[in-house]
Design a protein around this ligand. Structure first.
Ligand SMILES: Nc1nc2c(ncn2[C@@H]2O[C@H](COP(=O)(O)OP(=O)(O)OP(=O)(O)O)[C@@H](O)[C@H]2O)c(=O)[nH]1
Ligand SMILES: [Mg+2]
Length: 304
């Protein structure tokens, strides 16, 4: 099991790892930690999408700790440690409720990978023995309800739905009732893709949030923003904009397998303080990994 997990993140990070190759070349080179070395390190971290703030933090710490020293393996270990620390999540995983259903609301821009990530997450939670219910609250896009229904059928998960154009808050309301009445452990709420500029859709998201919180105290317990890793630094902007409407608690970084921009995990965490909870590493049902900072950083620093 652990082997498979590690392989998943390892394979998913193949492109990002090659972007980090140039960071490693700097750290594994010969010579002194002088200004030229620090400039090179800064440039390569930046090019690997680590983001300016996180890059400057790391370069500063290296400067303080190693100025004028010879480049040795210690610097590599030090940088790894800094990267790991940047990603540490005070409360890793999902915050499960001990009484009543845990509600996980999913949000994000169009096509970011919300529905697929929900199916993967539901399947993962079911395999951990949890009773999971899905709410098809994307009633906006044609075929969205159908897409979630097909996934639900495949993984053997119950779903609450209405027709296209139904009020998504009404679907959320029904789903909460069912989750409470039938003792579901987790309710995952799918929502339509939207841009922050679509005011009516952002208001709708706020309404779903409000309705859920009225039905179940403290809900939604998690609001996960699904960000497409291939968008790199733009993901940070999206997270900033969504956070203005609903308080997000974490990130699902999808499509990590298709991009060299996985370094943006550092920028997201540093800039927004939002932890990455899961990463998507493919289109199949088991292509969702719990985000583990140690495994992530180790995979970045692995030799090909
Ligand atoms: N390679 C890869 N593809 C993914 C991943 N996650 C999602 N996709 C693909 O991205 C596309 C969009 O996924 P959806 O789950 O429909 O995205 P969505 O955010 O629900 O889209 P809307 O509901 O239209 O906003 C699909 O073709 C998925 O198969 C991933 O981790 N890796
Ligand atoms: Mg969708």
């Amino acid at each position: 099991m652990l082997g498979r997990l590690f392989k998943g993140i390892r394979a998913g990070l193949a492109k990002t790892r090659s972007a980090f190759g140039s960071v490693l070349d700097v750290l594994r080179g010969k010579g002194k930690v002088d200004q030229a070395f620090l400039d090179k390190l800064e440039k390569q971290l930046y090019l690997a999408d680590v983001g300016s703030q996180a890059t400057l933090t790391i370069v500063d710490r290296v400067r303080q700790a190693f100025r004028d020293k010879e480049v040795t393996g210690e610097i590599e270990a030090f940088v790894k440690k800094q990267l790991r620390e940047l990603l540490t999540d005070a409360s890793p995983g999902l915050g499960y409720q001990t009484t009543g259903p845990t509600v996980v609301m999913i949000a994000g821009v169009n096509g970011s990978g919300k529905t697929t990530s929900i199916a993967k997450l539901a399947s993962k939670l079911q395999s951990e023995g949890k009773k999971v219910l899905l709410a098809a609250c994307d009633t906006f896009r044609a075929a969205a309800v159908e897409q979630l229904t097909v996934w639900a059928g495949r993984i053997g998960c119950e779903i609450v739905k209405q027709g296209q154009n139904a009020d998504p808050s009404a679907v959320a309301h029904d789903a909460c009732e069912k989750a409470k009445a039938r003792g579901f452990d987790v309710l995952i709420v799918d929502t339509a893709g939207r841009l922050h500029t679509q005011t009516h859709l952002m208001k709708e998201l706020e309404k779903i949030h409000r309705i859920v919180s009225r039905q179940i105290p403290g809900a939604p317990h998690e609001v996960l923003l699904v960000l497409d890793a291939t968008t790199g630094q733009n993901a940070v902007t999206q997270a900033e904009q969504f956070s203005k409407s609903v308080k997000c608690t974490g990130i699902v970084l999808s499509k990590l397998d298709g991009t060299a921009k996985g370094g943006s995990v550092f920028a997201i965490k540093q800039k927004l303080g939002l932890p990455v909870k899961f990463v998507g590493v493919g289109e199949q049902i088991d292509d969702l990994e719990n985000f583990d900072p140690d495994a992530f950083v180790n995979a970045l620093f692995e030799k090909e």
